[in-house]
Write a protein that binds this ligand. Structure first.
Ligand SMILES: NC(=O)C1=CN([C@@H]2O[C@H](COP(=O)(O)OP(=O)(O)OC[C@H]3O[C@@H](n4cnc5c(N)ncnc54)[C@H](OP(=O)(O)O)[C@@H]3O)[C@@H](O)[C@H]2O)C=CC1
Ligand SMILES: CCCCCCCCCCCCCCCC(=O)OCC(=O)COP(=O)(O)O
Length: 311
């Protein structure tokens, strides 16, 4: 009997591994979504990851609508994109720009109308813009918690909901959001940021299930540290700018590589992608499988990083 059971487990494991391998091969071989002429909207396109995404989607032949708050910086990106012909030899287009503040819901609605007027449709919406935060909860004003939530959560939600009806009507479109490893685990002194990214993950997971019937994929991308100005632009407890390029950010991934990974995720219509090294991945598993240990590690990290004022 034991031999039968023992003999039964190995074939089962091998069959499971075989099915997994086959699934991966099928996913790889599936024809990727074509991006030539696709209308791709990118928020936060003036710098960092958004700017690099603009570069790789432009080179792939997409018709871009670049969004941000600073018209001059966006124009600079347009100039850089159009200054050189892509080595791929594809037909490329001069990007359009739409200027608005994601933290202002009324301006988001107006912007969505303007975005739709550019080409009459949106094929891919990349919700990339975001702001980070550094501070301890005890000293952080509630207005700062709300402001980060407005930019990172309500802004992308409002833009997505404003553009979604036209996608549903066409039974076509793709919604992407750049979340963070901190959408899956919360680390100390990042409350506003981690909360906004957790909310983002939850909202877009719900959306994915709800719009699948219309053939609209939803991709949540959770990067680890990327070499951008995110930490420099982060806000602190009182809303002032942090202004420091953290070591973690400085040695982070090259934003161009992350942009290529975003392009691949769009082509493959991936559902959920973590773009981080082994340690953040381990931390994500630990949070689910061994939460008590994860909480201990985070508490120790909090103690090491900052001593409370009353100690
Ligand atoms: N860098 C990192 O380590 C990581 C970054 N991410 C995420 O990647 C995304 C891009 O960030 P990254 O490129 O790193 O940082 P940057 O600070 O370089 O870029 C942020 C972009 O967001 C735009 N933005 C900020 N606030 C608003 C607003 N209220 N309305 C409209 N646009 C706004 C900025 O445009 P402007 O100021 O010109 O208006 C800017 O283009 C963010 O969502 C971030 O959370 C995720 C994981 C790691
Ligand atoms: C038994 C072995 C235990 C090993 C457990 C490892 C626990 C280590 C914790 C690792 C934490 C990783 C945090 C990653 C955070 C991250 O990548 O954030 C990306 C960002 O969004 C960056 O934004 P920020 O403003 O914070 O710079």
């Amino acid at each position: 009997m034991e031999r039968v059971m023992g003999g039964g487990v190995l074939p089962l494991v091998l069959a499971g591994a075989g099915i997994l391998l086959l699934y991966r091969i099928i996913v790889r071989l599936r024809p990727g979504a074509a991006l030539q002429d696709a209308v791709v909207v990118i928020t936060g396109a003036s710098s960092g990851l958004g700017k690099e995404c603009a570069q790789v989607f432009h080179a792939a032949g997409a018709r871009l609508v670049l969004c941000g708050r600073d018209a001059a910086r966006l124009q600079q990106v347009v100039q850089e994109l159009t200054a050189s012909l892509p080595s791929s030899g594809r037909q490329t287009y001069t990007p359009s720009t739409v200027i608005f503040d994601l933290a202002d819901t009324d301006s988001v609605d107006r912007a969505a109308e303007e975005i739709l007027k550019c080409y009459g449709q949106v094929d891919v919406l990349i919700n990339n813009a975001g702001i980070s935060y550094r501070g301890n909860i005890l000293d952080t004003h509630i207005s700062v918690q709300r402001d980060v939530m407005e930019t990172n959560y309500f802004g992308p939600v409002a833009l997505t909901q404003a553009l979604l009806p036209s996608m549903v009507h066409r039974r076509s479109g793709h919604i992407v959001v750049i979340s963070s490893v901190q959408g899956k685990i919360a680390i100390p002194y990042r409350s506003a940021y981690a909360a906004s990214k957790h909310a983002t993950q939850a909202y877009f997971d719900c959306l994915r299930a709800e719009v699948e019937r219309y053939g609209i994929p939803v991709t949540v991308i959770s990067p680890g540290y990327i070499r951008t100005s995110l930490s420099v632009n982060a806000v602190t407890c009182d809303g002032s700018k942090y202004g420091v390029l953290d070591k973690t950010t400085e040695i982070g991934k090259d934003p161009r590589d992350v942009a290529h990974a975003v392009l691949k995720a769009v082509r493959q219509r991936s559902k959920d992608v973590v773009l981080a090294g082994p340690l953040p991945n381990l931390a994500i598993y630990l949070r689910t499988l061994w939460p008590v240990l994860f909480f201990k590690l985070m508490a120790s990290r909090a103690r090491k990083e900052q001593k409370p004022k009353d100690e």
